[in-house]
Structures are given as C-alpha cells and as structure tokens.
Ligand binder design. Structure first.
Ligand SMILES: Nc1ncnc2c1ncn2[C@@H]1O[C@H](COP(=O)(O)OP(=O)(O)OP(=O)(O)O)[C@@H](O)[C@H]1O
Ligand SMILES: [Mg+2]
Length: 362
C-alpha cells in the first residue's frame, strides 16, 4: 500500500513546458483519474511518477519516501501505456508472467497467477498465442495483465482502454472498479472518456496546458467547476457557454442579460463593481427545461435520439449554437423553434479571467 505525492514537480523539453511546477497528493488506495485535452501533460505526469522521465524540478514521494532518484523498477510501480509494448517472441502467458519470472517466483506460482489474471481479462483461450496473432484490444488486455500480475501497490494507467470497442470498454471499466477494490492499489488513470472518469474516480484531476486546473470528487467538479476550462472538460455533451452582460446584482444573486435579449437569474455572487461588464454563462444540456416563456430560444438544426435521452442542437440568430437535452418521447421537427429556461442554481457564471463567481445557496 502506498500514497503518492509530488512537490513542485515540473518538466520542460527544451523551451517547451510539458508540466509547470505541480503539487499533488494521492491517498493510499485512491483511484485518481486525470483528464484534459491532448497535449496538456497527462502522460508526462504519469511518466514522471513512474520514473520513466527525469523531472526538470521537484520531487516524487511514495509512502512519504523521496523516490525522485530511484529507477522505475525500484519504485515498485506498474504502468500500462497508451501504446502497449509486448514482447513479440513471447506467448501471451509468458508476457503476462514476465514480471514474476524477473522476480524469480516459483514456476507453479507463476502458472497459477497467470491463469487467474488471464481469466479475469478473458484471455484464457489465447495463452499460447504470440502478440502478432492478437487484435489490438486483446493485446491491450495482455499489457493490463502484465501490469497487475504482481499485485502492484501503485498502478498507473495511460488510456488503457482507448483501443477497445464500446462493449469491451464497459466490461473492462467494471473490471477496473472491481480490481481496484480487490487490490486496494493506489491507481492513477488517464482517460478522455467521461463515463470512465465519472464512474471510476474517487477524485478527478483536470489538467490544461501543463497545469492542474482543479482536483475534486467527480460530482463536485460537475456541480461546481471552478473555472471555464473545468466546465468544458467535465460533462458530455459539453456545457453550453454564452457571452452575457452583468445586468444587476443583489443579495440573492445576479441577473445577466442574454445576447439575444431577455435575462436570467443566476445564484452567483458578483461584485457590484462588475455590473455592466461581460461574463460567460454556462448551462449544461441536461439543465435546459422546455418552457414556452423561457429566455432561451433556438431553431432545431439537428436532433439526436439516443434511446433514453435526446439532444436537440439549436441554431440561434445572434449567438453560439446550444445543445439541450429533451425527454426521450418529445416530438421535434427540424426548424422548429423551442424555448427553454434554466433555474438560478443550475446556471454557472464565469468572470472575464475564466474563474467561476462564488455560488449562493438557494
Ligand atoms: N519527449 C518529448 N520531447 C518533446 N516534447 C514532448 C516530449 N514528450 C511530450 N512532449 C510535449 O509535452 C506536452 C505534453 O505531452 P503529453 O504526452 O504529456 O500530453 P498528453 O496530455 O498525454 O496528451 P494526449 O492526450 O494526446 O496523450 C506536449 O506538448 C508534447 O508535445
Ligand atoms: Mg498521453
């Protein structure tokens, strides 16, 4: 069992900064998920934790001990990569058992453990195959098997499911949740998948441009994104963002003027000096309510029926398009104008610097 921490950890490649000085504490047994756009430094952070990359500054601590100078092997961390690398001349069984052979475990123990891990990952029928005779998803599972075969105290996973089909992703997502419960390992997991992030994480780290934007429990990031960038990163389809003007403020909240006229109450505290200034209003697609008297309107340009839910993409004459979730049984025709409202509590308001204004409780 092991906690992880980084202190002032930074990485530069020449003049380019992949990771600005970062502090982060990951509790023993925590499942931490890292999300953020491509190139924001997620893999760099993982590689620094694993010891595969040398930091430009800062320290890495495992269970409180400084391991910055230690090799990957000495850190006792297992890692599954975005691009998995298997030994092409070894069978699936030999690939999975490789870390145990390196550790000189007895042959019987290796065989038993490989069989157990193979069963967990649905690889039992493929144990004698070479990697070139496997599909991408099967190879990915072999690399996961190799990482977990030694019951590591810390497991780092860099988009481990990115090459798999949707059904297998869901199955392995559940396996990761179970695996985490069973191993009790500290896990750091990079993904672009909202469902994986929201369902697996104890906490989510949102990164952007080599910095940590916000760290928190999934529902906290969803309900209270601290910045515009977090609002953009959490939730699918993404939060609608509209330019607005701060019209009035009082003790109960703020009224904003919408781009096409009309206004909306927001449960946010804006300094009176900022009345008249511009801000960004954020409303999630699932928080728009069809309302004939609502202040938002748009003509349906695209309608997606997903089964349990439907999403309407609405074009507006002088504003950015909106996406609104509708009840599954709602009938909609293209070109139809629909009006919506949103409650003050479900509206988010961000200042010109991208920081969310403080919320007011109802
Ligand atoms: N070895 C390297 N040399 C130079 N630049 C690098 C190197 N490795 C990464 N970078 C740069 O550092 C930045 C962060 O890269 P990183 O791989 O950590 O991003 P990422 O968040 O994992 O992205 P993705 O989601 O696409 O995997 C990028 O701008 C990348 O081009
Ligand atoms: Mg990456």
């Amino acid at each position: 069992m092991a906690s992880l921490a980084v202190r002032g950890l930074a990485k530069r490649f020449g003049d380019a900064v992949a990771l600005h000085p970062t502090d982060l504490d990951i509790a023993d047994g925590e499942f931490l998920v890292v999300v953020g756009p491509s190139g924001c430094g997620k893999s760099t952070l993982l590689r620094l934790l694993a010891g595969l990359e040398e930091p430009s500054e800062g320290r890495v601590l495992i269970a409180g001990a400084d391991v910055t100078e230690r090799t990957p092997a000495e850190r006792g961390i297992a890692m599954v990569f975005q691009s998995y690398a298997l030994y092409p001349h070894l069978s699936v069984a030999e690939n999975i058992g490789f870390p145990l052979r390196m550790a000189r475990r007895p042959r019987r123990e290796i065989a038993a453990r490989v069989a157990e891990v193979a069963a967990l990952l649905d690889l039992s029928a493929l144990l004698d195959r070479r990697p070139r005779a496997l599909s991408g998803g099967q190879r990915q599972r072999v690399s996961i098997g190799r990482a977990i075969v030694r019951d590591p105290a810390v497991l780092l996973l860099d988009e481990p499911l990115s090459n798999l089909d949707a059904a297998l992703r869901v199955k392995l997502r559940h396996e990761f949740a179970r695996l985490h419960q069973r191993l009790g390992a500290t896990m750091v997991y990079v993904t672009h998948d909202q469902m994986e992030a929201m369902t697996l994480a104890n906490r989510i780290v949102v990164m952007r441009d080599g910095r940590v934007e916000q760290v928190g429990e999934p529902i906290a990031l969803y309900d209270r994104p601290a910045t515009l960038r977090v609002a953009e990163a959490i939730g699918a389809p993404a939060m609608n963002l509209l330019p607005v003007r701060i019209a009035t403020v009082d003790g109960h909240g703020t009224t904003v003027a919408l781009p096409e006229g009309g206004d909306l109450r927001v449960a946010a505290r804006v300094p009176p000096a900022e009345v008249g200034g511009t801000a960004t209003l954020g409303i999630r697609p699932e928080h728009f309510r069809p309302d004939p008297g609502g202040p938002f309107a748009g003509a349906v340009e695209l309608f997606e029926r997903l089964g349990p839910q439907s999403f309407a993409h609405l074009g507006r004459p002088d504003g950015s398009p909106l996406v609104a979730q509708l009840p599954a049984d709602r009938h909609v025709t293209l070109g139809q104008v629909i009006r919506f409202s949103a409650t003050p509590e479900q509206a988010h308001l961000f200042g010109p610097n991208g920081a969310a204004y403080p919320r007011l409780s109802p």
